[in-house]
Design a protein around this ligand. Structure first.
Ligand SMILES: Cc1ncc(COP(=O)(O)O)c(C=O)c1O
Length: 379
C-alpha cells in the first residue's frame, strides 16, 4: 500500500484492514482482529449493525442533505431523542461535526455571555486540535499547538486538587472545561467529589461548567453520560465519537439559561445537523436504549475489572468501556503484543496505560479472550 499523498502526521499500527464484521476487523492477510479500541471510541455498535445500516440507507434515499436553512423533521427528532437520552436538563442542541468544533462553540458562548476572558481547564485534559480547544488541552502548547497565542487566558487546575478550585476559578472565569473521565490521559475518572466541587464553585463564581463528553459520552461509561454517573448537571456538554457510531457528527447540549442568550446567526455550520448525521444519531440512541447496551457495558466492564488484572496488568481505572489497564511494562509493548494475538487495544498519554474503548456489543467470550491473552503475556 502506498500513502505518498497523505499528510505524514499519524503514527500507524501494523494493521492492514480491508473490512470488518461485528466486533472484528478483517485484514488483508486474513486475520480476524477483535477490536477493543473502535477507532478512538467511535465504533460503539461495532461494524455493520443492521439497524444503523438501515437508517443510513433509508435517509440517504429520502434526503441526502439540506442545510440548517431548511427545517427538517429528522433534525428535530434527533435533538429530542438526544436531550431525552441525556436527561440532564440540557434541552437545547447545536449540532456540529467534530468534538473540537463542539468545544470551540461551547467556549465561545461562555466567553461571549459572561464577557470574561479566562477559561480554566484540567491538567491532563484533551479537547481537540482547533484554536480554542487546543488552548485548553494539556501539553498542546509544548507539543503541537502552532497558533501564536491562545484566544483567551487559560489556567490549568491540577486533577483532584479540591483546595485549588476556589483559588483558580473566580469572578474572572468564563468557564471551566473538564472531561469527567479523561480519555487521552488514560481513562482517568476525575471523580464525583472533584466534579461536584467544580460545579459548586462555577455556580458561586458565575462561570459555566462545560463537560467534554466527546469520548466519555453516549453510553461509554455505562450511563448516558459520565455526568449522569456522577450526578453532575453541567451548563453545557459536548459529545461526538459514539454519537453517530461511525457517522461523523458532534453536538453541543446546553441548559435553558445558556440557550436563552442565543439569537439568529450567533452560531453556524454547513454540515452540522445534516439529515444523514441526524438519522444516525436518532438510530444510535434508539439502538442503545432498545438493546439494553448500557447495561451490557456496565456488566462487562465489571468483568474486565474482575478478571483482567493478570499478566502485565496490575490494576484497572476509568469507567465502563473507557477503561485503562495499568501495566507494569510499557503499555505500547503490551498493546503490540495483544495485537500480535489479534486483539486491538489503544495506548494513551500515560506510558503505562493500555486503553480499552470496546464496542458496547461485545460479550463475555470477548472479555475472556482478552483475559486469556493478557494472562499469556510476560508479566
Ligand atoms: C475528550 C475529547 N474531546 C475532544 C476531542 C476532539 O474531538 P475531534 O477529534 O472529533 O475533534 C477528543 C478526541 O479524541 C476527545 O477525546
Amino acid at each position: 500500500m502506498t500513502a505518498d499523498h497523505l499528510a505524514p502526521v499519524y503514527a500507524q499500527w501494523a494493521l492492514d484492514v480491508v473490512g470488518a464484521e461485528g466486533v472484528h476487523l478483517l485484514t488483508r492477510d486474513n486475520r480476524r482482529v477483535l477490536d477493543l479500541y473502535g477507532g478512538h471510541a467511535v465504533a460503539a455498535l461495532g461494524y455493520s449493525h443492521p439497524r444503523w445500516l438501515a437508517a443510513l440507507e433509508q435517509q440517504a434515499r429520502a434526503l441526502l442533505f439540506q442545510s440548517n436553512a431548511v427545517p427538517l423533521e429528522v433534525r428535530a427528532r434527533a435533538a429530542t431523542r438526544l436531550t431525552r437520552f441525556a436527561g440532564l436538563g440540557l434541552d437545547t442542541v447545536f449540532f456540529v461535526n467534530s468534538g473540537a468544533e463542539a468545544n470551540e462553540n461551547a467556549l465561545k458562548l461562555a466567553l461571549k455571555i459572561t464577557g470574561r476572558r479566562k477559561v480554566v481547564a484540567i491538567e491532563g485534559g484533551f479537547h481537540g486540535r482547533t484554536a480554542a480547544a487546543g488552548a485548553v488541552t494539556w501539553g498542546a502548547a509544548q507539543k503541537w499547538y502552532g497558533f501564536p497565542q491562545a484566544p483567551f487566558d487559560v489556567e490549568f487546575l491540577p486533577r483532584g486538587d479540591l483546595e485549588a478550585i476556589a483559588r483558580v476559578v473566580g469572578s474572572d472565569t468564563a468557564a471551566v472545561i473538564a472531561e469527567p473521565v479523561q480519555g487521552v490521559a488514560g481513562a482517568v475518572d476525575l471523580g464525583q467529589p472533584f466534579l461536584a466541587a467544580l460545579r459548586a464553585r462555577c455556580s458561586e463564581a458565575g462561570a459555566f461548567l462545560v463537560l467534554d463528553e466527546v469520548q466519555s459520552g453516549m453510553g461509554r461509561t455505562g450511563f448516558p453520560f459520565a455526568a449522569n454517573m456522577h450526578g453532575i448537571a453541567p451548563d453545557m456538554l459536548t459529545t461526538a465519537k459514539a454519537l453517530g457510531a461511525g457517522f461523523p457528527c458532534a453536538a453541543l447540549l446546553m441548559a435553558d439559561h445558556v440557550a436563552a442568550h442565543l439569537k439568529t446567526d450567533d452560531l453556524g455550520t454547513t454540515f452540522g445537523g445534516g439529515p444523514m448525521a441526524c438519522a444516525l444519531i436518532e438510530a444510535v440512541v434508539d439502538i442503545l436504549e432498545s438493546e439494553g447496551l448500557l447495561a451490557n457495558v456496565r456488566r462487562l466492564a465489571q468483568q474486565i475489572r474482575e478478571t483482567c488484572v493478570t499478566g502485565p496488568v496490575v490494576a484497572t481505572q476509568g469507567a465502563g468501556f473507557l477503561t485503562g489497564l495499568r501495566t507494569r511494562r510499557p503499555a505500547k509493548d503490551v498493546q503490540r503484543e495483544l495485537l500480535e494475538r489479534d486483539i486491538l487495544t489503544g495506548t494513551s498519554g500515560d506510558p503505562h496505560v493500555v486503553r480499552i474503548l470496546a464496542p458496547y456489543v461485545i460479550d463475555e467470550s470477548h472479555v475472556a479472550q482478552l483475559r486469556d491473552a493478557l494472562a499469556a503475556l510476560p508479566a
